[in-house]
Design a protein around this ligand. Structure first.
Ligand code: ARG
Length: 606
């Protein structure tokens, strides 16, 4: 092996080793239990139910928040218990309510059976007081749970093709994947963040040809754009001279056969590309453990193909090099090797899935990739299962998403819309700066620079995550940057507002034995704060970040409505002041943490 190739493999092995060491440490660290008041309450109720009906039914019991017209704090539905026990729901709710009442739990004032529901009324002052104490004392850790401790998830996201600028097409994968990684971590998973770069394929033969022929030996700056231009030039020249295709094929073949000079060139393109991608990633708060990419797997594809042939899962096409998998289980046939013997995307993915399972023993692998690849993933998963690369106990999920549209059209240079991610980000930041300038007379240029980055980038990320994943999304600049409900700025503004109230208070750390609540909106807000950990769990279980977004918007709205009715700064009663301070502090904490899980920063001023 040449030195360059050797270094390249070492680089990757090193990153895998580092990741494995981290995971090992995470798994050895003490398992902390989640001690949130709501979880503890649920556990106690489950104990009561299990002594009534037996241990195996308890998972059917959960506490939900009743609709506003119901007076209680929480409710338990008896439907799934009723199914399991083959008893009427209203009978169960009556029995369980009675058992809860006679158990005399200190947090519960009373349980009332109403039809199929058990309404739970908590000892409000004590219970909501506990919540605020917890939230504020946990600070930045508030919301973390541990149920998935010991499990590993591999997330394949961003995964752009090298030698091209990052486009809006990869924006969604990048943003969704990063945020998913965060909420998986936050529910106890060890997360392997893997950027499966598109860094192999016949196009690199074309690029090398063009580079050798038309660049003067080296490219000094703006590397990615220049590589893209070379690639475009190749395809233009190809129209005049179709023989170029053959030339490029030959080069790629030699590259696949390990030609050192070509490999060094290719490696240079790869390094330049990663450098460029990282510039965008760092502005979006995106980080990876691994940049393995397809090139690493290409050399293993002959073995994979051999195994498929041996196991009769694939066939040779007569008289050609093509290897294909027949139509099966409703999935159309597909090929594993091309006419010219070159390896293929799907075959490299098979090798990658095998590698991931062997190295990381994950409980699931998530592929954050656009919906247009749905069929390809179905085909790949199905074959990987048959080959035993993906055992029964490893879940593989295609986390699909729709396209990014502009005026209802797919973004493309042909439509005259911007397609490069850096441009999209630049435009958002510019618009944020304009709005800051308009709205603040006394703002300095330095502040505008810092704040417009936070607000503009926040808007790009939030605009994506707030909409349900499977839908196509669009950029409506005005809407996503302005202070309208549903925008990131709306949340950031609520945060800034709370911080400004807190800055006017003398003592924001005053704790008292038990907080005092007077106004119903205080309870409402505290209850919303309480739900944060379970919202993160829900978002993780459904791979749906918009659940978190909607929650944060409701929280901000409730804060605004609380603040319209309730005094904080001019509260004279000491313990009431301490309670309200703790309440808005916890609210700010949740907004900050919630945004941070999406890699959105909070401004100090707006
Ligand atoms: N590079 C591919 C593309 O841009 C996405 C790769 C996704 N990940 C994977 N394991 N196939 O379309």
């Amino acid at each position: 092996m040449s030195i360059v190739m050797d270094d390249y493999c070492k680089e990757i092995d090193e990153s895998v080793k580092k990741t494995l060491e981290r995971i090992k440490k995470e798994k050895e660290s003490q398992v902390k239990q989640d001690v949130y008041p709501l979880s503890l309450l649920r556990e106690k109720i489950r104990e009561i139910a299990s002594s009534l009906y037996g241990q195996n039914i308890v998972s059917a019991i959960d506490l939900s928040v009743p609709p506003p017209e119901i007076q209680s704090d929480f409710a338990i539905g008896a439907f799934s218990l009723s199914k399991q026990l083959k008893k009427s729901p209203s009978l169960i709710s009556a029995e369980l309510a009675q058992a809860i009442n006679s158990a005399g739990l200190k947090d519960i004032q009373k349980a009332v059976a109403t039809g199929p529901y058990i309404n739970i009324f908590v000892e409000r002052n004590k219970f909501y007081s506990d919540i605020l104490q917890y939230a504020n004392s946990m600070g930045d850790e508030y919301g973390r749970t541990f149920a998935n401790k010991g499990k590993t998830v591999v997330i394949d996201y961003s995964s752009p093709n090298i030698a091209k600028p990052l486009g809006v097409g990869h924006l969604r994968s990048t943003i969704i994947g990063q945020a998913l990684g965060n909420i998986y971590e936050w529910t106890g998973f060890s997360v392997v963040r893997d950027n499966h770069l598109g860094d192999w394929g016949t196009q690199f033969g074309e690029l090398i040809y063009a580079y050798k022929k038309w660049s003067d030996g080296d490219i000094k700056e703006d590397h990615i754009r220049k590589l893209k231009d070379l690639y475009v030039r190749f395809h233009n020249e190809l129209k005049e001279n179709p023989d170029l295709k053959q030339e490029a094929r030959k080069i790629f073949k030699e590259l696949e056969n390990g030609n050192e000079e070509l490999f060094s060139l290719w490696k240079k393109f790869r390094d330049w590309s990663i450098e460029g991608f990282n510039r965008v990633y760092s502005r979006l708060g995106v980080k990876f453990d691994l940049y393995i990419g397809e090139s690493y797997f290409a050399p293993h594809t002959p073995d994979i193909i051999r195994e498929c042939l041996e196991k009769n899962l694939a066939k040779n096409e007569e008289g050609s090099q093509v290897v294909f998998v027949e139509e099966n289980e409703g999935l159309p046939s597909f090929i594993l090797r091309k006419e010219d013997g070159a390896s293929l995307y799907i075959t490299r993915d098979l090798s990658a899935v095998k590698f991931r399972v062997e190295k990381f023993a994950p409980s699931s692998i998530l592929y954050v990739v656009g919906s247009e690849q749905a069929l390809s993933f179905k085909q790949m998963f199905s074959l990987a299962r048959k080959l035993g690369y993906l055992p029964e106990n490893v879940k593989a999920e295609h986390i699909e998403f729709g396209m990014v549209l502009s005026n209802n059209k797919k973004m493309s240079t042909r439509h005259g819309t911007i397609v490069e991610l850096e441009e999209v980000m630049g435009k958002a930041v510019e618009r944020a700066a304009e709005l800051l300038r308009e709205g603040n007379k006394e703002i300095t240029e330095n502040e505008i620079k810092e704040l417009s980055e936070i607000i503009g980038i926040g808007a790009v990320i939030y605009n994506d995550l707030r909409q349900s994943r499977e839908k196509n999304i669009s950029f409506d600049w005005e809407k996503s940057i302005k202070l309208e409900a549903g925008s990131c700025a709306y949340l950031q503004y609520a945060y800034v507002r709370i911080k400004s109230i807190l800055s006017k208070l003398k003592n924001t750390d005053a704790v008292c034995e038990q907080y005092k609540f007077e106004h119903p909106k205080e309870f409402d807000l505290a209850k919303k704060v309480l739900l944060f950990p379970s919202i993160i769990k829900q978002a993780q279980e459904n791979n749906a970040l918009h659940i978190l977004c909607i929650y944060l918007e409701e929280l901000a709205q409730q804060f605004n409505s609380f603040y319209a009715d309730v005094q904080v700064i001019n509260t004279l009663d000491h313990s009431l002041l301490a309670s309200r301070t703790a309440l808005i502090k916890a609210t700010a904490l949740v907004i900050e943490k919630g945004l941070k899980l999406m890699e959105i920063k909070t401004p100090y001023k707006m």
